[in-house]
Design a protein around this ligand. Structure first.
Ligand SMILES: NC(=O)c1ccc[n+]([C@@H]2O[C@H](COP(=O)([O-])OP(=O)(O)OC[C@H]3O[C@@H](n4cnc5c(N)ncnc54)[C@H](O)[C@@H]3O)[C@@H](O)[C@H]2O)c1
Length: 249
């Protein structure tokens, strides 16, 4: 029997490198997964009767409200929310960053987490049960030059998560942050200012920045996310967990 049998869990960014692996892990542990992403193409290869895939733009407040209403109407509960969706920033000096770019990064990386968490908490409060996991970034602890907007958005994720953890604790809702180190997904190359072709080289540079000597895999992230959703983690809240091979040291 899986560790997440009978649990209903919503995952944003489900179609991405980390998201898809998290979805697969949760399904393998017996959960019912509502997989949310603006681009759901990669999820079509998952064959499992317990997955519901929904295309959604997390910048759209109404769609988010409607989606969580539908989830609750169908399952009458929501045990977990994993906020994975995010976008990178192409590294550049602050003097070259348009205000619109700052807003876009803040909206997807931080505001969307506020919106999905607000709807999830509405339902979790009644059940006096819930686990929310927000994906941040090791760059909050160890910033890189030129990523000021991205780092600020992920700093907001950490601060928001701690504040919500305290606020929601009386309702037995747990809120935790996972900060991945440089991870082997298509996003990694997007942090570079360089053009395509240098991605492989950058992969080596990123891997060398990790004391354990390799990039983080989606499987590393999904293992920690899965644990935080299980009853084994029922006393863990407000935690900031680095899954980064020591990069934050
Ligand atoms: N890859 C890394 O090196 C790294 C390191 C630290 C943190 N992170 C964080 O991990 C998370 C997952 O990253 P990943 O590497 O899997 O990247 P990814 O690009 O593969 O996945 C991100 C997903 O978010 C979705 N998304 C973006 N904007 C959206 C929107 N408006 N509405 C709905 N969905 C939207 C994308 O479609 C994509 O599927 C992100 O929050 C990222 O910031 C990544």
């Amino acid at each position: 029997m899986g560790q997440l049998e009978a649990k209903v869990i919503a995952v944003t960014g489900a179609g991405g490198g980390m998201g898809k692996k998290v979805v697969e892990n949760l399904l393998a542990e017996g959960a019912t997964v509502v997989a949310l992403d603006i681009n759901t193409e990669s999820l079509s290869s998952i064959e499992n009767e317990n997955i519901r895939v929904k295309a959604i733009n997390l910048l759209d407040e109404n769609s988010i409200q409607q989606t969580f209403k539908e989830i609750f109407n169908e399952y009458n509960k929501l045990d977990g929310l994993v906020n994975i969706a995010g976008i990178a920033q192409s590294a550049k000096p602050i003097t070259e960053v348009e205000l619109s770019e700052w807003h876009k990064i803040m909206d997807i990386n931080a505001t969307a987490i506020f919106l999905t968490s607000r709807e999830a908490v509405r339902y979790m409060k009644e059940a006096k049960n819930g686990s929310i996991i927000n994906i941040g970034s090791v760059s909050v602890t160890r910033p890189r030059p030129g990523l000021q907007s991205y780092v600020a958005s992920k700093g907001a994720v950490e601060a928001f998560s701690k504040a919500l953890a305290l606020e929601a604790a009386p309702f037995n809702i747990r809120v935790n942050v996972v900060h991945p180190g440089p991870a082997d997904t298509q996003m990694l190359g997007q942090f570079s200012s360089q053009q395509a072709g240098e991605v492989e080289l950058n992969k080596d540079i990123f891997a060398e920045s990790v004391p354990l000597g390799r990039l983080i895999n989606p499987a590393d992230i999904s293992a920690t996310v899965t644990h935080l959703l299980t009853d084994g983690a029922q006393i863990i809240t407000g935690a900031v967990i680095h899954v980064d091979g020591g990069r934050s040291i």
